[in-house]
Write a protein that binds this ligand. Structure first.
Ligand code: GLU
Length: 349
């Protein structure tokens, strides 16, 4: 079944950064596309801070991310705003809040209860080490080791014995076995069985922290997000989120998984590429219009590679014309980014 959003409805797109580091060019690339897609449709942009993991998230990063987004020219209609006055806490605007995941625990607890009533979650006592050993792999990808279903059919007395032995349980979701299909605006028609993308997945970790998949599904659902634009590295999470959204009774958004931005060696940009943090580029004197101009050019929306404002690119951006292959920032592009056009070549419109 292909699910699409009713075209007459207002588009609600979102930017969903995790405040675990400073934004880099790769984040800016995906966020700009999400922003352009929503703005072009005359829709609303939501900012959601995904600070669900208390060990990795910091307010300092959240504040820096908001500042960097604004510096690049992106705004949002709902979400956290910087409080005025001396208070450096985060206030929020919009009717579907909270927009900061650490403030949404009640919603996640309700969703877990709902899933429990439906009989599709169960406690799992396996440790990461055990799962890795079972998978026979020294390390696992972002999705975690594929889960073989070890604890799915434990009896109540076996569970009690596990708890007695001091083991703490995570909660896993056992979803439908039928394939889940969706039409990705960039990647085309997709069809996954949950078993083929990691099997039963965690919705709550054994230390009580809510897992990414549950938090995102609950928040996209209750915030009425109907357009999700994000990196293609998250594509395998989408069937998981769709399964949760369906069971929780929410509408399924349209999805667009955009290509990734890679360095000259073809490696995906990540937080460890410190020199490509927006903060570092800004400190070097690179203007935001040049960053936007380069990213818009890579997205096919700025053929002459001119410096541009985020809002100035909106009308020429086409999500459905994006390349599927990843984009590489080679030396000459980095040179252009750092130094602009050779003297004499005009880049401002
Ligand atoms: N917070 C996630 C990240 O920064 C993005 C989640 C999403 O877009 O669904 O990688």
């Amino acid at each position: 079944m292909i699910e699409t959003v009713n075209a007459s409805r207002e588009v609600r797109g979102r930017l969903a950064p995790s405040p675990t580091g400073y934004l880099h060019l790769g984040n800016a690339w995906a966020f700009l596309m999400a922003w352009w897609a929503a703005r072009q449709a005359g829709g609303r942009v939501l900012l959601r801070l995904e600070d669900i993991d208390p060990q990795r998230s910091r307010t300092e990063y959240a504040l820096a991310i908001m500042e960097d987004l604004r510096w690049l020219g992106m705004d949002w209609d709902e979400g956290p705003v910087l409080a005025s006055g001396g208070d450096c806490g985060l206030q929020e605007q919009g009717e579907r809040g909270p927009y900061i995941q650490s403030r949404c625990m009640l919603f996640y607890a309700q969703a877990l209860q709902q899933l429990e009533h439906l009989g599709c979650i169960y406690p799992c006592f396996c440790t990461r080490k055990e799962l890795r050993a079972l998978a026979g792999a020294p390390h696992v990808d972002d999705m975690g080791a594929p889960y073989p279903g070890t604890c799915r059919h434990l009896s109540e007395s076996q569970r009690a014995a596990m708890r007695q032995s001091g083991r703490r349980a995570s909660l896993r979701f056992h979803g439908p076995s039928e394939p889940i299909s969706f039409n990705d605006v960039v990647q085309g028609q997709q069809c996954f069985r949950l078993d083929d993308c990691g099997g039963d997945f965690a919705v709550q970790r054994s230390d009580g922290v809510i897992a990414y998949q549950l938090a995102v599904a609950v928040d996209d659902g209750r915030m009425g997000v109907n357009q999700v634009v994000r990196g293609r590295d998250i594509l395998p999470s989408t069937p998981r989120q769709i399964a949760l959204l369906r069971l929780l009774g929410y509408e399924i958004p349209t999805y667009a998984h955009v290509p990734l931005l890679c360095d000259a060696e073809g490696e995906r940009l990540a937080k460890r590429h410190n020199s490509l943090a927006l903060r570092s580029l800004r400190a070097e004197g690179v203007p935001p219009e040049r960053i936007v101009g380069l990213l818009a050019w890579l997205a096919g929306a700025n053929p002459d590679r001119r410096e541009a404002s985020a809002a100035g690119v909106t009308a020429s951006f086409r999500l459905d014309r994006l390349p599927r292959r990843d984009c590489r920032l080679d030396g000459s592009l980095m040179d252009w980014l750092r130094h602009g056009a050779p003297s004499g070549e005009a880049t401002y419109e």
